[in-house]
Design a binder for this molecule. Structure first.
Ligand code: SF4
Length: 71
């Protein structure tokens, strides 16, 4: 199991996560990405997944490090 955590407020909308990991990430009309199926917990969007899969690549590609994967 892994938690994928997105600090959406810090997202600058570069699109890297959605390009690298479209299974989990999409761009929204407000110009920021969205972690598909995630739940808002306090200030972050959180999704529990069986395996991190491409979310690690998305986290590594994010220029403002607003994606975190906790395994
Ligand atoms: S890579 Fe980071 S800054 Fe770029 S859209 Fe995704 S979450 Fe936002």
């Amino acid at each position: 199991m892994a938690n994928v955590i997105h600090n959406r407020e810090a997202c600058v909308g570069c699109g890297a996560c959605a390009a690298i990991c479209p299974k989990y990430w999409e761009m929204k009309g407000d110009g920021k990405s969205f972690l598909r199926g995630s739940t808002v917990i306090k200030t972050e969007h959180v999704l529990v997944v069986a395996k991190a899969e491409c979310n690690n690549d998305a986290a590594n590609a994010c220029p403002v490090q607003c994606i975190r994967v906790e395994e």
